[in-house]
Ligand binder design. Structure first.
Ligand SMILES: O=C(O)[C@H](O)COP(=O)(O)O
Length: 407
C-alpha cells in the first residue's frame, strides 16, 4: 500500500485499501448504465502468439461491464486475420478487430492519404488512431480505456482501476493515466521513464525556467505508461503523434485541451512487467534509443508550441544539465533498490544515461533541422469535416471484414 501524497498539479487517485475487485466491478456495472464502457487494445499479430495476450483475454472475459472491445491488429496477413478473429472470438463482450493491413482499411487509408489526412508512419500511434475512429463510429461507449497487449502481469483489477475515474457518473474527469511501479524479478525497470523523462523534465526547468507545463508533465508518476482512459469527447479533438512520442503527446494534448481538475492519474497495479526492448545503442532506428529520440523531440516540439525558442546552445546546456541530474538519479534508484533488497545494474544504467544524453542532442539537432515537420495525425474532427461520411465508411469496412473472414 502506498502513501496519499498529492505531489503534482493534477489529482492522484491512490490505492489505499486494496479494495476487493468484486466490489469495484459491481460499482462499474452500475455506472455502465449511465456511462457505457469500452476498451481499446492496440496489438501486433505477433502478440497473439506471445505469452501476455492470451492471459489478458482470459482475465478480460468476466469484465461484463464492458460494452465493446476494439482491437487494432497490425502486421497480419489474411490467414492471420482469420486466426485473429477466432482468437478474439473467445471474448464474450461485443468486439471488433480492425485489420489494418486488409484491403478495405488500406483503401480507406489511401482515400485519406490523397487528402494528406492519413497517418504518415506505421506504428502504435496509427493503430490507436484508427481504433479511436472506430470507437467514435460505433458510438456504443461513453468512457474508454486503452492498454498495451504485452503486459505479463495483467490482472483485471488494472482495467477496473484505470477506467473507474472516467466511468463514475459523479466524477468530472475527462482523462486518467495509469501508474505503477515497474519492478519485476527483483529488478527496477522502466529505464526510459526513470532515466530519460523525469531527469529531462527537471533539466528543462533549470535551463528554461519554471513553466506550469513542465510541472504538469512532472506530476505524472509514470509518464510513459501505455495505460489511459478518457471520456468519448476527447477522441474527437486529440492530436496523436505517430511515433514513440505517443504517451508524451497524449499528456500534452490533455493539458492544452482541458483544465487540470479534469485530469487525474490512478494507481492501477502493485506489480507490472512487460516485454523489454534492447537499448539498441548502435542503431537510432529501434529500441530504447529510438524511443528516447522520439520522446525528446516530442517534448521540444510541445515547448515550441508554448512559445519557447531553441538554438544549438540551449540544447548543449540542456544535454549537460540532463546528464548531471540523470546521474544523480542513478544513485537514488540504486539506494532505493539496495534498501528493498532489489538489484540495479549501475554500469548499465550509466550507459543508458550516456546514450540518452547523446540522443537529447540528436533530437535537438533534428528539431532545428526540421522545425516544420508534422509529427501528428490530424484530429478526427478535421478528418470528418474533410470527408463527412468517413466514420460510416470505417464502420462498414470493419463490419464487412468480420462478415467475410469471420465465417
Ligand atoms: O517505460 C519505460 O521506461 C520503457 O518502456 C522501458 O521500460 P523497461 O526498462 O521496463 O524495459
Amino acid at each position: 500500500m502506498g502513501d496519499f501524497y498529492q505531489n503534482g498539479i493534477i489529482t492522484t487517485l491512490h490505492n489505499l485499501a486494496n479494495r476487493p475487485l468484486p466490489d469495484l466491478e459491481a460499482e462499474l456495472q452500475r455506472f455502465s448504465r449511465e456511462r457505457p464502457m469500452g476498451l481499446i487494445l492496440p496489438s501486433l499479430y505477433s502478440e497473439l502468439e506471445g505469452e501476455a495476450l492470451p492471459a489478458i483475454l482470459e482475465e478480460l472475459k468476466p469484465a461484463s461491464y464492458l460494452s465493446e472491445i476494439v482491437i487494432g491488429l497490425d502486421r497480419a496477413d489474411e490467414s492471420q486475420f482469420r486466426n485473429a478473429l477466432t482468437f478474439f472470438g473467445r471474448l464474450p463482450q461485443r468486439h471488433r478487430v480492425l485489420w489494418n493491413e486488409g484491403p478495405r482499411l488500406q483503401a480507406l487509408d489511401k482515400l485519406l492519404q490523397e487528402q494528406d489526412l492519413a497517418p504518415r508512419e506505421l506504428g502504435k500511434g496509427r493503430n490507436v488512431w484508427y481504433c479511436m475512429g472506430y470507437t467514435l463510429a460505433s458510438n456504443r461507449t461513453e468512457s474508454v480505456a486503452l492498454h498495451d497487449c504485452d503486459i505479463l502481469t495483467y490482472e483485471r483489477s488494472m482495467l477496473a482501476r484505470l477506467i473507474y475515474p472516467v466511468a463514475h457518473p459523479r466524477f468530472n474527469y475527462e482523462f486518467c493515466k495509469g501508474y505503477y511501479a515497474r519492478v519485476a524479478d527483483g529488478k527496477i525497470n522502466g529505464r526510459v521513464s526513470r532515466l530519460l523523462v523525469t531527469p529531462l523534465l527537471r533539466a528543462l526547468k533549470k535551463v528554461l525556467g519554471e513553466m506550469e507545463y513542465l510541472d504538469y508533465m512532472d506530476s505524472f508518476r509514470y509518464p510513459l505508461a501505455g495505460e489511459f482512459s478518457f471520456r468519448r469527447d476527447v477522441l474527437n479533438d486529440i492530436l496523436i503523434p505517430s511515433d514513440w512520442g505517443l504517451e508524451i503527446g497524449v499528456l500534452s494534448e490533455m493539458y492544452r485541451n482541458y483544465a487540470n481538475n479534469r485530469l487525474c492519474q490512478a494507481d492501477i497495479a502493485d506489480v507490472y512487467d512487460h516485454k523489454h526492448q534492447d537499448l539498441s545503442e548502435d542503431d537510432d532506428q529501434g529500441g530504447l534509443s529510438r524511443m528516447s529520440i522520439d520522446i525528446s523531440k516530442a517534448l521540444f516540439r510541445k515547448l515550441a508550441t508554448r512559445g519557447v525558442t531553441f538554438n544549438t546552445e540551449t540544447f548543449r546546456s540542456l544535454k549537460a544539465t540532463y546528464y548531471r541530474i540523470a546521474l544523480d538519479f542513478v544513485e537514488t534508484y540504486h539506494n532505493d533498490a539496495v534498501m528493498n533488497g532489489l538489484s540495479l545494474d549501475v554500469h548499465g544504467e550509466e550507459k543508458a544515461v550516456e546514450l540518452f544524453a547523446e540522443n537529447v542532442m540528436k533530437a535537438g539537432e533534428a528539431f532545428l533541422d526540421r522545425p516544420m515537420e508534422r509529427p501528428f495525425i490530424p484530429s478526427w474532427s478535421r478528418v470528418i469535416s474533410a470527408v463527412p461520411d468517413i466514420l460510416e465508411q470505417l464502420h462498414d469496412a470493419v463490419e464487412a471484414d468480420h462478415e467475410e473472414y469471420g465465417k
